[in-house]
Design a protein around this ligand. Structure first.
Ligand code: PLP
Length: 394
């Protein structure tokens, strides 16, 4: 047998991608499976964005660009940070990468050493702990259940901090829970972070634009605690807001020294993100923003439907969210009620085989007893899926 690295053996493949693959496999075998596992909007990329990319191809914009992104896209990102977040960055403080995923990967590689700890609230986006492990550092998980709206409290944060804590990750609104920290909650976390001046902060704002209009408008930790800006990395991207997951463009703003180090990592791995995608991302950021509103309206209608229907099923409790295209119901009651099903992993298997519904078990996000349901599919699909779950739930 061929020996593989200790590093690769320390991580697992993305569980969300695995569920999608299993659903696809069953569908190919002729089984009728409704997929509620998707981590991407079900809308097409808006036309003006696609058009900009087509024009870029025709104009021959198909060669290497600067590693950290074209000056034009970086200008658009700087303007976006000013417009939406009230943050002023210089071009040296911006790095464009191949998706938000690479932004966090670069960050982990640039700032973590063996023995370093990274505080990650659970439920978490599946990739944070594994990317920390790939950087030979240790994830420190802080568990936040439905009773605390899946949000880390200041006391929990303080309890998780040690002199080895190098980075604290905040993802709001959150994948998988859909919950966003309020201004007051961020201020309280900021108070704790001030006690640990050597710790960096990563705010992953990927779902910034998918917040229900009646909820508190989006804010991140540096809006509430501007004094933390010099040690905060603001991560964002075009994947979710503009339905551009396949284009692979994410970006980071932050202290120049860290951005420079992240750029060095990127220069020795992927180099620049795709030239054509960068033109498309620029069009997304600089063009009309009404495409976001249209998606938001659809997601909110589906959210309302799904939360109501889920709560009508015995054994399922689902909190309404602040945004994103996920809900994260507690399914422990359903697990207890079904013979032969012992945990959320077995429930997901049972639902895919017996009900023809694919969802992602909470364990994949560090929270057993829950499940993530993606509402990035048609209302009709959602209604059918919920009928099927209700049926097997009895
Ligand atoms: N951050 C969060 C919280 C996400 O949910 C995702 C995608 O699922 C990403 C970052 C990465 O997005 P991408 O690499 O597709 O731009």
């Amino acid at each position: 047998t061929i020996k593989l690295s200790t590093r690769v053996q320390s991580v697992k493949p993305s569980a969300t991608l695995a569920i999608t693959a299993r659903a696809k496999e069953l569908r190919a075998a002729g089984k009728d499976v409704i997929g509620l596992g998707a981590g991407e909007p079900d809308f097409d990329t808006p036309d003006h964005i696609k058009q900009a990319a087509i024009e870029a191809i025709n104009a021959g914009f198909t060669k290497y660009t600067a590693v950290d992104g074209t000056p034009e896209l970086k200008r658009a990102i700087i303007a976006k940070f000013q417009r939406d977040n009230g943050i002023d960055y210089a071009p040296e403080q911006i790095l464009v990468s191949c998706g938000g995923k690479q932004s966090f990967f670069n960050l982990a590689q640039a700032v973590l050493d063996p023995g370093d700890e990274v505080v990650i609230p659970a439920p978490y986006w599946v990739s944070y702990p594994d990317m920390v492990l790939l950087a030979s550092a240790a994830p420190v998980l802080v568990h936040a259940g439905a009773e605390q709206q899946f949000k880390m409290t200041p006391n929990q944060l303080r309890g998780a901090m040690t002199d080895k804590t190098r980075l604290v990750v905040i993802n709001s609104p959150s994948n998988p829970t859909g919950m966003a920290y309020t201004q007051a909650e961020l201020a309280a976390l900021g108070e704790v972070l001030r006690e640990f001046p050597r710790t960096l902060i990563a705010t992953d704002d990927m779902y910034e634009h998918i917040v229900w209009p009646e909820r508190q408008p989006f804010v991140n930790i540096v809006n509430v605690c501007p004094d933390l800006l010099p040690r905060t990395l603001v991560l964002n991207g075009v994947s979710k807001a503009y339905s551009m997951t396949g284009w692979r463009i994410g970006y980071a703003g932050g202290p120049e020294s860290v951005i420079k180090a992240m750029k060095k990592i990127q220069s020795q791995s992927t180099s620049n993100p795709t030239s054509i995608s960068q033109v498309a991302a620029q069009a997304a950021l600089e063009g009309p923003q009404d495409c976001i509103g249209e998606m938001l309206t659809a997601f909110k209608a589906r959210h309302d439907l799904v939360v109501e229907r889920l709560n009508a099923i015995p054994g399922i409790d689902c909190l309404p969210t602040d945004g994103t295209f996920y809900v994260f119901p507690k399914v422990q009651g359903l697990i207890d009620a079904i013979d032969g099903v012992r945990d959320d992993l077995e429930l997901a298997e049972y639902l895919i085989e017996q009900a023809g519904v694919a969802l992602v078990p909470g364990s994949a996000f560090g929270s057993p007893g829950y499940a993530r349901i993606s509402i990035a599919t048609s209302q009709q699909n959602l209604e059918h899926a919920l009928e099927r779950i209700a049926k097997v739930a009895g």
